[in-house]
Design a protein around this ligand. Structure first.
Ligand code: PMP
Length: 397
């Protein structure tokens, strides 16, 4: 038999946790594993701006014929404007080319395969730690992975010196994965000054930045969160961006993201982009339309865009509020350890510092599911589940 030779794959560290959560019969269980936004009532809502765009699409759609390999044209334009700014040199001079792709994950995979197949470099540097799926995606595409220092557990802060020291040993042409904002899992981002230093290092060592930009709008604001990317793009002539609308549009199951290549002139970018399209053709031929149509409908309509900006602001503010309430409630539960660093972290996640044994006790004794690294999805917290969560944490500490 052929298939009987195959061994069982381990459960995914994040999605496997959701499977276990679903099977848990306890009523008061809480899933703080996967990065999915929940509103105050614990739901993951469809945004109003998305519903309105879909209504419009239902009326105006006339065909379901294939899209081109690069997806919805208008989508690719609005994505570039969101990333770099409508008035940026990159947009105005046609220095970027964008292809719609299935989520941030699909975008990262296309980007990695494009680099492996078209450049001499077969190495990517990722932060230590990073989102668990990065290793999967990049090694599946044929890249070897090296790590640069990032998080210092002792001080719960960024170890920028270690990051710089490690990247000094990168070779010309090697990829450097940079989280555009809301670093997953640590929630700790670079400062404006640090971004400028990273940009100079990438330029002087001829490294190729690959931005993973999955949380635009969840840190400080839609424009503010793009500053790191824009700083690097102003200095480095070539880079790639893999962005996602799973979180900031709540379009998790539509699988909508984009891969954007930037080069020093329009002719070079179009040549490189022809190879991005070739990569896509060999993978899934062309993307599904729905998500791209939603995003382009919203972002090209000033009223819908304003509504969306409001909705993203609401999600960001609710998460910030939950961070504060979480820290305050832990204190009220008598926890002496200082958790105030959680309020300074950005995005959906909090790197709590809880260890594996504590994480296990939380799951087994209290039905609270968090990732083994101690990463907690603050976006899954509500005023009603925070007391339960904090009581349990107080017990396992
Ligand atoms: N990058 C990072 C850092 C993420 O956290 C995620 C989602 N968890 C993604 C990319 C991919 O998002 P998706 O494929 O769901 O759009």
């Amino acid at each position: 038999m052929i298939f009987s030779q195959i061994s069982q794959a381990p459960a995914d560290p994040i999605l496997g946790l959701t499977d276990a959560f679903k099977k848990d019969p306890r009523q008061d269980k809480v899933n703080l594993g996967v990065g999915v936004y929940k509103d105050e009532s614990g739901q993951t809502p469809v945004l109003k701006s998305v519903k309105l765009a879909e209504a419009k699409m239902l009326e105006t759609e006339t065909s379901k014929t294939y899209l081109g390999i690069e997806g919805v044209q208008l989508y690719n334009k609005v994505v570039q404007e969101l990333l770099f700014g409508a008035d940026s040199k990159i947009v105005k001079e046609g220095l970027a080319a964008t292809a719609q792709a299935p989520g941030g994950t699909g975008s990262l995979r296309v980007a990695a395969e494009f680099v492996v197949n078209n450049t001499a470099s077969k190495t990517i540097w990722v932060s230590k730690p990073t989102w668990a799926n990065h290793q999967n995606i990049f090694s599946a595409a044929g890249l070897s992975i090296k790590e640069y220092g990032y998080y210092d557990a002792a001080t719960q802060s960024l170890n920028f010196d270690a990051m710089m020291a490690d990247l000094q040993s990168a070779e010309a042409g090697e990829l450097v994965l940079l989280h555009g904002c809301c670093h997953n899992p640590s929630g700790i981002d670079l400062s404006a000054e640090q971004w400028a230093v990273v940009a100079d290092l990438c330029l002087s060592k001829q490294l190729l930045p690959l931005f993973d930009f999955a949380y635009q709008g969840f840190g400080d604001g839609i424009e503010e969160d793009a500053q790191g990317l824009r700083t690097v793009a102003a200095v480095v002539p070539e880079l790639i961006v893999a962005n996602s609308f799973s979180k900031n549009f709540g379009l998790y199951n539509e699988r909508i993201g984009a891969v954007t290549v930037v080069a020093q002139d329009a002719a070079t970018v179009q040549k490189a982009f022809s190879q991005v399209k070739r990569t896509i053709r060999a993978n899934y031929s062309n993307p599904p339309a729905h998500g791209g149509l939603i995003v382009s409908t919203v972002l090209s309509d000033p009223e819908l865009k304003a509504l969306w900006v409001n909705e993203v602001t609401g999600m960001r503010q609710r998460i910030a509020e939950m961070r504060q309430l979480f820290v305050d409630t832990l204190k009220a539960e008598g926890v002496e350890q200082d958790f105030s660093f959680i309020c300074g972290q950005k995005g959906m996640f909090s790197f709590s510092g809880l260890n594996k044994a504590q994480v296990e006790r939380l799951r087994e004794e209290f039905g609270i599911y968090i990732v083994g690294s101690g990463r907690i999805s603050v976006a899954g917290m509500t005023k009603s589940n925070i007391p339960v969560i904090c009581k349990a944490i107080a017990k396992v500490l």
